[in-house]
Design a protein around this ligand. Sequence first.
Ligand SMILES: [Zn+2]
Length: 81
Amino acid sequence: MKASTELQGVKSLGFVRLEIPCPSCGKASLQLLKDAVENDVFTCPTCGKSIDLTTEDWRRFLDHAAEFYGGIVEAAAKTPK
Ligand SMILES: [Zn+2]
């Protein structure tokens, strides 16, 4: 997967988790954003089926999430001392 600049930057955000809903069983599992960015596919911990993260909707969502959390990290770095 070719990650955008924002997605590269978000790899340092090891603490951010988001819910990945499984299209097969409908259960959402809490996964690291970093893992979602680095992987094309997740295995659902409930039913064991694959969750495809390469769809346009997922890419768009992950791009937004990466931008959002990247902005927080950037803002925190600029906090007046
Ligand atoms: Zn599932």
